[in-house]
Ligand binder design. Sequence first.
Ligand code: DGJ
Length: 309
Amino acid sequence: MINKNGKQWFDTNGNPIQAHGGMILKHDIRYYWYGENKNANNTISSIGGRKVDFIGISCYSSNNLKDWCYEGLVLEASNDRSDSLYKDKIIERPKVIFSEKTKEFVLWFHYDYDDYLYAACGVATSKSPTGPFKVQKIFKPNRKDSRDFTIFKDAEKAYLIHSSDFNKTTYISELNETYTDVTGLYTKALVDQEREAPTMFKNQNMYFMITSGTTGWDANAALYSRSPFLFSPHKLIDNPCEGPNYRQTFYGQPSYVLEVEEQFYLMLDHWVPENLQKSGYSILPIDIIGNKKRDLRINWTDSPFGGKY
Ligand code: DGJ
């Protein structure tokens, strides 16, 4: 199956890949793609927003980053109204990290009510990358609201990078040794910049974040920031995208940055607001041009990974 950037992608059974707002984790010699399963028609939320009732978090696996085999739902919605995973909940942007200390996979997700006012994090764990994951806690990190987020590992330490203060400020919060909680140490990275969809990576001695603006399911201009120190304010630089539709991030929104063979790639969701289950993906190479004031460049290519995989 040949998948094209910006379109719906298909798995090895020919079914649409349902892994939105997701990420790709490498473990041993296999890649695991986790994301939101939105395989149902839109419904309207209590505040008039477009949503798909929670179905679960999907996992797909691959050994070549091209052929994705569906591994099922690693976290599933409940039909029990009293359950925290009841299908009326919002569960978005799943990110999985492996803990060498506990030998467990730790799944973080944005947990919310359908008006997005609860704004919490969920943490679930599993001994296997393909689940099932068991919810350990749902909480507000450092008693702060948390909506879009990513998890970033820097050597053995890991951090929660999250949109907080009603999406006004992006915080970086240190995780504990088992990656299942925050330690209480946090800093403000992008103050009053109203950024969503944070992604983070480190190249040589510089930390980069690529984020979106806050326009719901509609595309807006990505911006990148950088800092030589992770735990400090980050400086906004520019839009990393170039060429046609660069101001709309090619009609995509960041979900994750992954590194494969010393090359960084930006994963984008291409939301279809009127029918979210049809949303597409792209995975675009990030060019890093040293010694330039504007050192990140992302160009459109129809082929995932720029055709490399
Ligand atoms: C933008 C966020 O980035 C998405 O994950 C989702 O929460 C939408 N907002 C909902 O409008």
